[in-house]
Design a protein around this ligand. Structure first.
Ligand code: GDP
Length: 313
């Protein structure tokens, strides 16, 4: 199964899918538009979250970084008068150093990610959406800023006017992404930010059109009018979408077959179909592994009902 992923919600779902499905049959295409160089190394927040989730290392409080990490280097740098843009843990930094050394030695981001995945004993294919540089810039009333500056340094407070993906028109989907997409009958869009995490994947050349020929299931990261975490609701409104499950549906309307919404969501209660997209309700709040697995089972059932996946044993 091919999964499109950003951070937080989709890595949670991948933990469930890995338990109830064959991990080696999962291919995860991950957003790279939030990647940023920090202290000489390339941090890929979404790729790292996927790698750490699938290898059982993720910090389940923050849903990024490694659990029980230490911050010695970050603290020492601060004492030396150098303030890093992100609070990077020591173990997490080792991932960034190896990735960056591989890039400096001429490997592509796809190759570097594959090497990291192997060394972390991840059996799923983890594939960056592109090997080219794409940068998410948030246009605010206080000027244009990098996504990390907006979200981490400014805590998402500035008023947002729009979102830009610098380099997206020149960027090519990675060869591994195109290969997996050609093979896939089913694409699962995980509950990640539809604007800044899934949005860049969909903006790559040819991707939206290719999805029109697939069976596409998405899980809403929005319940009622709120995101479970992060700035998705604010960014959706700034980009002209309602911050709701139906707003998510409209982000994907041209290719989506099924939208999984939350059972608690009053705004879509009783709705079975909207604009040709089937709505199915489930418990989508993945507070523990059991709930991640239940949601994964629910999705596999939808796909099996379409007879597109081999029966689970
Ligand atoms: P960002 O945090 O908005 O920059 O983007 P991410 O790609 O990291 O995605 C975060 C999204 O995951 C948010 O929009 C959350 O609402 C969503 N999310 C986090 N946890 C869950 C969960 O347990 N269930 C669902 N359905 N969505 C979740």
């Amino acid at each position: 199964m091919l999964v499109f992923s950003g951070g937080t919600g989709t890595p949670k779902l991948l933990i469930g899918l890995k338990d109830v499905f064959d991990e080696s049959q999962l291919s995860v295409v991950v957003n790279t538009a939030e990647d940023v160089w920090v202290s000489g190394n390339l941090v890929c927040p979404d790729v790292d979250s996927v790698l750490y989730a699938l290898s059982g290392r993720i910090d389940e409080e923050r849903w990024w970084g490694v659990k029980d990490d230490t911050f010695t280097t970050h603290e020492v740098l601060r004492r030396l008068g150098y303030e890093e843009m992100l609070k990077i843990g020591d173990t997490d930094r080792a991932t960034h150093i190896l990735r960056s050394e591989l890039l400096r030695a001429g490997r592509s981001l796809t190759e570097a990610t594959q090497i990291l995945a192997e060394r972390l004993r991840v059996r799923a294919k983890v594939i960056p959406m592109t090997d080219d540089r794409v940068e998410t810039l948030i246009r605010t009333t206080e000027g244009k800023m990098h996504f990390q500056e907006f979200w981490v340094l400014r805590r998402g407070e500035p008023e947002v006017l729009g979102v830009e993906f610098k380099g997206i028109n020149e960027a090519k989907p990675s060869a591994a992404f195109l290969r997996e997409l050609r093979k896939a009958f089913v694409v699962l869009i995980g509950p990640s930010n539809p604007i800044t995490s899934i949005g860049p994947i969909l903006r790559l050349r040819g991707i939206r059109d290719a999805l029109k020929n697939k069976f596409v299931v998405a899980v809403s990261p929005i319940i009622g009018k709120k995101a479970i975490s992060g700035p998705a609701a604010k960014l959706m409104r700034a980009c002209g979408y309602e911050a709701s499950a139906l707003g998510v549906l409209r982000c994907y309307a041209d290719f989506l077959d099924v939208l999984v919404v939350d059972v608690r969501d009053e705004l879509v209660r009783g709705k079975k179909e909207v604009d040709g997209v089937r709505l199915l309700a489930a418990d989508t709040v993945m507070n523990d592994v059991k709930r991640c697995e239940c949601l994964a089972e629910f999705i596999l059932d939808i796909v099996e009902a379409e007879r597109l996946l081999p029966k689970r044993t």
